[in-house]
Design a protein around this ligand. Sequence first.
Ligand SMILES: [Zn+2]
Length: 64
Amino acid sequence: MAEKLKLICDKCKVEMQEIEANFSYLDRTFRHKVNRCPQCGQICLDEELVTGRMSEVESKMEDK
Ligand SMILES: [Zn+2]
C-alpha cells in the first residue's frame, strides 16, 4: 500500500492536518476532507477532487 502523501505548508513549513470541511455549492452542502495548516490556517484543496464533486453536483441538477 502506498504511503499517504503529507502536505507541508509553504509559509510555515509545518505538516498540514487533514480536516473535514463543509462546502456549499449551488445550494448543496457536502463534506470533503481538506488539508489545513495548524499554524496559519491555510487550506490546501485537492483541486481534482473538489472540481470532481462540483461537477457531480452540477450533473445531478441537470438530471432534473
Ligand atoms: Zn502555514
